[in-house]
Design a protein. Structure first.
Ligand code: ADP
Ligand code: ASP
Ligand code: MG
Length: 408
């Protein structure tokens, strides 16, 4: 008997019919003789709807209260799925984050899981129940409700799989697996049979929202095998696992994009020790993650500093930067929210040269201007104007031979 964790995303539980369909899938995993824990997301666009309600009340909703609000989406779907299972004769019960003590820190809206009460879960499983756990939510040490950041149910599922040493964590979604690019914008995209934790980590953190980045970090750390697959079609999806020999031979395995960042430039900053720390310390203290940073060569002891932050934190970051910019006598603070980051990811880049120049040539041929560049051993990212995102993804995908009919 295996222990399987199954996570169903928003579209998979988007309405009552779909919830009933999920219940049938869960029942058949149970009938195959497995122990099953299900983790659910909120129905469809429910989290967006709740966030809009908060914004209708105030521009900057209280973060603690906002987490109380948006965690309700998963409470609804977990109870409905437990009901659907019971009506199919499956012994099931719903459980919320605080009931099983998914203990997190207090970073509201993007909390990190610290601990899970696995004994409680094992006890319930021993009673022969299918557990339906509300994803995306936890509780901090003062018993405040927290949420794990957008897409956080993936992380709930993988963290539970890690805590219970489950045999597999299945992520059911609206696509058939992990593709060489988002199949919804790149019709040529090809499904991968398997991908390494490292590559998936890069792809997720560079915008491939099919898995939340933290879920992949957990999976890598605790060696949890993940199977990303479709809720609506049968057949194997993509296995996320340890790197193996044949993965190395592929130079580029995927193209990703991220439209959720904004760019801030501080001009004419004094080029002297301590300035970068003055600018970035308040931002990091506000729990804002800075992604790319570029500093120009200085002329006359002055330089320009450009960096990117998540769109969600943009307003807060601007307020903080404005204060520091005045303190350090910078000339101006410029903002650009119409940007996108397009990236290529691949293990093989470690041992192949010429990949970066090919990216630049391909984008130049389409008249796409590159505003910022960053590279690591296994990725190259370019910030471009957001209106060119889809075009850039398609031409890079084509240029690196990732399409359906290509031999890799
Ligand atoms: P869920 O609600 O099931 O969590 P998400 O919307 O969070 O689903 O993630 C699935 C979506 O991820 C797909 O519909 C697809 O548009 C997007 N996506 C982006 N990049 C990729 C990729 N490389 N492979 C598969 N899906 C991708
Ligand atoms: N419902 C949450 C969201 O929309 C969590 C999730 O779907 O994973 O971000
Ligand atoms: Mg998701």
């Amino acid at each position: 008997m295996a222990l399987i964790i199954q996570k169903y995303g928003g579209t998979s539980v988007g309405n009552v019919e779909k919830i009933k369909n999920v219940a049938c899938r869960v029942r058949s995993a149970r009938q195959d003789g497995n122990d099953v824990i299900v983790v659910v997301s909120a129905m469809g666009e429910e989290t967006d709807r709740l966030l809009d309600l908060a914004r209708d009340i105030t521009d900057q909703p209280d973060e603690k209260e906002q987490d109380v609000l948006i965690s309700t989406g998963e409470q609804v779907s977990s109870s409905l799925l437990a009901m659907a299972l019971k009506s199919l004769g499956v012994n099931a019960r719903s459980l919320l984050g605080h009931q099983i003590k998914i203990q997190t820190d207090s970073a509201f809206g993007k909390a990190r899981i610290l601990k899970i009460d696995s004994k409680r879960l094992l006890r319930e499983l021993k009673d022969g129940k299918v557990l339906v756990i509300a994803g995306f939510q936890g509780v901090d040490e003062k018993d405040n409700i927290t949420t794990l950041g957008r897409g956080g149910s993936d992380t709930s599922a993988v963290a539970i799989a890690a805590a219970l040493k489950a045999d597999i964590c299945e992520i059911y979604t609206d696509v058939e697996g992990i593709f060489t690019a988002d199949p919804n914008i790149c019709p040529d995209a090809r499904k991968l049979n398997k991908i390494s934790y490292e590559e998936m980590l890069e792809m997720a953190s560079l915008g491939a929202k099919v898995l939340q980045t933290r879920s992949v970090q957990f999976a890598k750390k605790y060696q949890v095998p993940i199977h990303v697959r479709s809720t609506f079609k049968n057949g194997t999806g993509t296995i996320v696992t340890k790197e193996d020999q044949d993965m190395e031979s592929v130079i580029v395995s995927g193209v990703t994009y991220d439209k959720d960042e904004a760019k801030i430039t501080v001009t004419k900053v004094p080029d002297m020790p301590g300035i970068a720390s003055k600018l970035f310390t308040p931002i990091s203290e506000a729990n804002i993650v800075v992604d790319m940073i570029i500093q120009n060569v200085s002329t006359d002891g002055l330089t320009d500093l450009t960096f990117t932050v998540p769109q969600a934190d943009f307003k807060k970051a601007m307020e903080l930067v404005m204060v520091t910019a005045r303190e350090i006598n910078a000339r101006d603070v410029l903002a650009d929210t119409n940007i996108a980051k397009v990236s290529i990811v691949g293990m093989g880049m470690r041992s192949h040269s010429g990949v970066a120049s090919k990216v630049f040539t391909v984008l130049a041929r389409e008249g796409i201007n590159i505003m910022m560049i960053s590279t690591s051993e296994i990725k190259i990212s370019c910030v471009i104007e957001s209106k060119y995102t889809e075009l850039a993804v398609r031409v890079l995908h084509e240029a690196f031979g990732l399409g359906e009919n290509k031999e890799l």
